[in-house]
Design a protein around this ligand. Structure first.
Ligand code: GLY
Length: 421
């Protein structure tokens, strides 16, 4: 099977590495890829959000399967164009990708499906902002209604700060979503969905704030771990029954069945699980830990998903033990990152690339805000965390920063699912 992966992050590096281990895969390409993916996949240039360009590349490269990593091309209709060209594609069409592309659409789907989520209000007129904020209690949750790579979200008890963020979004022409705050530990649950069948992968937890102890602004994600030692063993199946399957069924009922990876971001609150957001693709950096533990050949699973044959596949198999990833970010991230710095140690095992490129002189340099995602594994979470931070010591990027507390609270036993009352 010839597999073309679209994207250039550590998620795509992780996907490419997992695909390379599948004996059914005879050729791999990544478009546009990064300095890390070139070691395992052919590199092809493409404008990822241009549906016709990606479809043309898929035909030209004779892909048997296209795997679309990021949300922007999916929302732009890349999967539709690839399928229209007659190539099997893993990823939802533009209509179903609205589950991530429009938070108000997602709220509407969840309401119809009877799925718990934060109460929310859309504001698209600055004159209505203050009255709307007055209907919420602190901490205020202010989101960009559209795609914002995780950086459009502000959670703050400071009304002036929350209001200023909302005004910045509105001034930029972006409708704003105000939400009630959901307490309780967060879970990222990835599910393969082929339109009808829903198969959960290992639940993971990510770290969205830039600083230790969840300080500072939101990012695309600064680290992750799996599995969740504090979660009940039935968590994934329960969440499929109560949340993901009803949403998948609602999308199918609306004539826009979801095919690909449906990512439920949830808070386990004292009133039960509630959805923080849905995403229409593998999450980053959780993919790096989930795929580090996957034993089932990935290409076969993704192909079965894309062709509606997931029900015929055995349940995914997982390695015992745990995985932890720590993201290395460029100076300035999540604001304007400093680019072009030389990275050393980036070619070691367990170092996945995100914002990297190879300079003409052969040096690997930073080319994005999240630069690397260092993955450690171990027989338990503590071993995996030690492994990740040990690997990270071998990496050097001037001015970079990373969190030092990924998975620490879980290891200390400080995370608990609230009893529902
Ligand atoms: N880890 C958050 C995301 O992928 O959106």
């Amino acid at each position: 099977m010839r597999v073309l992966v679209v994207g250039s992050g550590a998620r795509e590096h992780s996907i490419v590495l997992a695909l390379a281990q599948d004996p059914e895969v005879t050729a791999l390409a990544c478009a546009p890829g990064n300095a890390g993916t070139t070691a395992v996949a052919e590199q092809r240039g493409v404008a990822v959000a241009d549906p016709e360009a990606v479809a043309a590349l898929a035909l030209d490269w004779k892909a048997d399967l296209v795997v679309v990593g990021p949300e922007v091309p999916l929302v732009a209709g890349v999967a539709d164009a690839v399928r229209a060209a007659g190539v099997v594609c893993f990823g939802p069409g533009a209509e179903a990708a609205r589950i991530e592309g429009s938070k108000s659409f997602a709220k509407d789907v969840m309401a119809s499906a009877g799925v718990r989520t934060a109460t929310a209000e859309i504001v698209d007129n600055p004159a209505r902002l203050d009255a709307a904020l007055g209907r919420f209690e602190p901490p205020y949750v202010v989101k960009d209604d559209g795609l914002a790579a995780g950086k459009g979200v502000v959670v703050s008890s400071d009304l002036d700060f929350a209001r200023a963020h909302a005004m910045t979004l509105l001034d930029g022409g972006h409708p704003v979503l105000l939400e009630s705050f959901l307490d309780g530990p967060e879970v990222s649950l990835f599910c393969l969905v082929d339109g009808a069948t829903v198969v959960p992968l290992l639940p993971a937890q990510d770290f969205k704030r830039v600083g230790d102890d969840d300080s500072g602004p939101n990012t695309g994600g600064m680290g992750a771990y799996a599995p969740l030692p504090w979660a009940p063993p039935t968590l994934a199946d329960d969440l499929v029954t109560d949340v993901v399957a009803p949403v998948a069924a609602e999308l199918a009922k609306r004539g826009t069945p979801f095919s690909g990876l449906l990512y439920a971001g949830l808070a386990l609150t004292s009133k039960g699980p509630a959805v923080v957001e849905f995403n229409c693709r593998f999450g980053d950096p959780e993919t790096q830990v989930v795929l580090a533990l996957l034993r089932t050949p990935l290409a076969r699973l993704l192909h079965a998903t894309a062709t509606g044959k997931l029900a015929d596949e055995p349940a995914p198999q997982w390695s015992d033990g745990a995985a932890v990833t720590v993201v290395v970010a460029a100076e300035g991230y999540p604001g304007t990152p400093r680019l072009g710095d030389v990275i050393t140690g980036a070619e070691a095992d367990g170092v996945l690339h995100a914002g990297t490129r190879r300079r003409d002189d052969g040096a690997v340099v930073s080319s994005g805000g999240r630069v690397l995602s260092v993955v450690g594994t171990g027989t338990d979470l503590e071993g995996a965390r030690d492994d990740a931070y040990r690997r990270l010591e071998g990496v050097h990027l001037a001015g970079s920063h990373h969190r030092t507390d990924i998975a620490a609270r879980a290891i200390r036993g400080e995370i608990a699912v609230p009893s529902v009352g």
